[in-house]
Ligand binder design. Structure first.
Ligand code: KG4
Ligand code: ZN
Length: 403
């Protein structure tokens, strides 16, 4: 069974084709193609994502990516007798769906006329949380395909997808696959950290989630992005700060500038986070020093290492406390920030030391940031949620909690 998955919730346009052979829930998912077009270059000069620009880019990218994803999955077959038109009735429906995404119309029409209906059983699409104008582009695109190919659509929660990214692309004999196969997987504590979210989620079973803590202001990724901007580093800030922090480590520089940053809410008796104070503290430190210092590579490296460590300390502490309190069997990471090597490594060390019996799952680095493969994987876990394309809606603030 093949599923086509679409992701447009933020600034990455993604389409993937996934296949599942095994009947076991969520296991044995094969990625036939996973195409991603990043818009980083478009948003770089704004230091963050600009929703209307992102919408425009998604509209431009989707049809070429669809063809590429189907081609790589060996499912793109040209029609022998190329149709010249779509029936007026069908065209009216397509035009109605695309009322607010006119730019999609001409390319998708051409593509539908050129190629056969592929061997796809359902379409998975992110319906939230995310940037509303961006989500609608992907959802309307899914509606067109669902309607034209006459197949169901499966709505996917983007946060659930960051969790289920851990189920994708595992070697059959790997430790991770063994963990996924065990009955000792749940309850799990999921730490989801991205540009828009920082959440601790209790996962009791497949599809059973409860948010037990989240950020009260900025997300951790947003903190990386904003502090990187203060330091004059490029967007996205996470990888830029991580790189400078590594340089700092390599240069074996000692704490020359004595930079001290707070760890907000570290000892608060809850699982919530707050990162805006950390960003303000970076700004204060930056402003109190001379330009000569703040523009020196040494200061930027040391500040980057200090920011990264402060964020890591907060994320690790809260995750371990939550895992202990709920007697978690597994700690699961997901989201762009969990591509951070230091975070991955330091959390592993902490688990080994403090909760050695707890399993640890981290996605492949390239599946931490937004992609469509993770959206398709959730759809395989939620095959019972298939609906007619007419019933799909967007919810920019969609929550994962359902208990
Ligand atoms: O999950 P994601 O691709 O998009 C959202 O759903 O937001 O996450 C993007 C975020 C950005 O804030 C970016 O700075 C951060 O993930 N990020 C990182 C790293 N790679 C991406 N943060 C820290 N270290 C990284 N290596
Ligand atoms: Zn994301």
């Amino acid at each position: 069974m093949n599923i086509l998955a679409i992701e447009t919730s933020c600034d990455e346009t993604g389409i993937a084709v996934l296949q599942k052979q095994n009947k076991k829930k969520c296991l044995d998912i094969k990625v036939l193609s996973n195409i991603l077009v990043s818009q980083i270059h478009v948003h770089q000069k704004y230091g963050g994502v600009y929703p209307m620009l992102a919408k425009r880019e998604h509209q431009k990218n989707l049809t070429p990516i669809l063809e590429k994803a189907l081609f790589e999955a060996k499912l793109l077959k040209s029609l022998k007798n190329k149709q010249s038109t779509i029936s007026p009735q069908k065209l009216r429906t397509i035009e109605k769906i695309l009322q607010k995404n006119q730019e999609l119309l001409s390319p998708i029409k051409k593509s539908l006329l050129k190629y056969k209906k592929p061997d796809i059983k359902a379409i998975a699409v992110t319906v939230g949380p995310g940037l509303e104008p961006c989500l609608w582009v992907g959802v309307n695109f899914a509606k067109i395909l669902g309607f034209y190919w006459n197949i169901p659509v499966i709505p996917v929660n983007h946060i659930e997808a960051h969790i289920i990214a851990n189920w994708v692309g595992r070697e059959s004999e790997s430790i991770e696959q063994q963990v996924l196969n065990t009955k000792k997987l749940f309850p799990a504590i999921c730490l989801i950290v991205s540009g828009g979210h920082t959440q601790l989620i209790l996962m009791r079973d497949y599809g059973v989630y409860k948010i037990i803590g989240e950020t009260r202001d900025d997300a951790a990724g947003e903190c990386f992005d904003k502090t990187a901007r203060i330091l004059g580093l490029s967007y996205p800030g996470g990888p830029a700060i991580a790189k400078k922090a590594t340089e700092n480590k390599k240069s074996k520089q000692l704490n020359n500038y004595q930079i001290k940053l707070p760890r907000p809410m570290l000892y608060a008796k809850n699982y919530d986070f707050s990162f805006s104070g950390l960003k303000t503290a970076v700004l204060y430190d930056y402003k109190k020093r001379s330009k000569k210092i703040t523009q020196s590579p040494e200061y930027i490296q040391e500040m980057s290492a200090t920011i990264q460590q402060a964020i890591i300390d907060i994320l690790i502490k809260k995750t371990i406390v939550a895992a202990k309190n709920v007697h978690a069997k597994t700690i699961i990471l997901g989201g762009g920030v969990t591509a951070n090597k230091e975070l991955r490594y330091q959390l592993k060390e902490k688990i080994t030391k403090e909760v050695p019996s707890v399993n640890y799952l981290i996605p492949h680095s390239k599946l931490c940031t937004d992609n469509a493969a993770m959206i398709g994987a959730v759809a395989f876990c939620n095959l019972d949620k298939q609906v007619n394309w007419k019933k799909i809606n967007v919810n920019a603030n969609l929550s994962i909690s359902n208990i």
